[in-house]
Design a binder for this molecule. Structure first.
Ligand SMILES: Nc1ncnc2c1ncn2[C@@H]1O[C@H](COP(=O)(O)OP(=O)(O)OP(=O)(O)O)[C@@H](O)[C@H]1O
Length: 239
């Protein structure tokens, strides 16, 4: 379970001005829930996810994951948190070019002390569900952007995290593949009781979420939307 309370983060720009990237955000994601943060580029989505992932420190506010604060962690504590509790898919996923898809996806489990053989065994059903079983033995640099993105998702879920954060999970996918991934995430959250928070500007993603928040200029606004799932269109009405 994720609880974010009054989170604030600003960046100093080279010109000396301050960019208020996250401005007093509070939200909750419960086990088994898929929550979308919907907002245009620059609205603060990635900053928020990075703070929850203990990659960035907030200026103020609190982030609790399963009741434990994840701000102010040492590097070692932050790494342990990400290996044990968290699945994280950022917009650029780093793959080792010379390794195969399944070897890349296994790296997180191997870092947690799982043998390579067991890691690959655990990964196989996830790769199948993400439509990557035919690509498991291909080298990472032979995969398309969309395949890499799905592979990053498999890797991030390999440790069965209680919280998954995904930044634009449908960003490199066509509409049909995007729908498959969203349906997968919704199903996965229910089956594994995983709390899932996705940052997106994809209206289709909003229509798969249990709850959606709009983020504008670092602030959450009350979400009032008409979703046309078939057309993949969302009309957001500002309060
Ligand atoms: N390292 C940084 N230094 C200075 N300003 C930054 C930095 N990172 C982000 N920003 C600014 O903070 C604001 C929020 O950026 P953020 O990347 O969190 O938004 P976003 O909604 O995720 O956008 P995108 O989808 O384009 O990544 C933007 O105005 C951005 O320019």
């Amino acid at each position: 379970m994720l609880e974010v309370h009054n989170l604030v983060k600003h960046y100093a720009s080279p010109g000396g001005e301050s960019v208020q990237a996250v401005d007093g955000v509070s939200l909750t994601v419960r086990p088994g829930e898929l929550v979308a943060l919907y907002g245009p580029s620059g609205s603060g989505k990635t900053t928020l996810l990075k703070i929850v992932a203990a990659v960035l420190e907030p200026d103020r506010g609190e982030v609790l994951v399963n009741g434990r604060s994840v701000t102010g962690l040492s590097d070692r504590e932050a790494t342990a948190y990400r290996l044990a509790d968290l699945g994280l898919v950022l917009q650029t996923s780093h793959m080792i070019a010379g390794l195969t898809a399944i070897e890349n996806a296994s790296l997180k489990l191997i870092a947690s002390g799982v043998s390579r053989r067991d890691a690959e065994r655990q990964l196989t059903p996830l790769l199948e569900r993400l439509g990557l079983d035919g690509r498991a033995e291909h080298r990472a640099n032979d995969l398309s952007m969309g395949e890499r993105q799905r592979l990053a998702l498999a890797k991030s879920l390999s440790n069965d995290p209680s919280l998954l954060l995904a930044d634009e999970p449908t960003g490199n996918l066509d509409t049909a593949r995007g729908r498959d991934v969203l349906a997968f995430l919704r199903e996965y959250s229910r089956e594994h009781r995983t709390a899932i928070l996705i940052a997106t500007h994809d209206p289709q993603a909003v229509s798969y979420a249990d709850h959606a928040h709009t983020l504008r200029d670092g602030r959450l606004t009350e979400f009032c939307a008409e979703v046309d799932a078939q057309l993949g269109e969302v009309t957001v009405h500002q309060p």
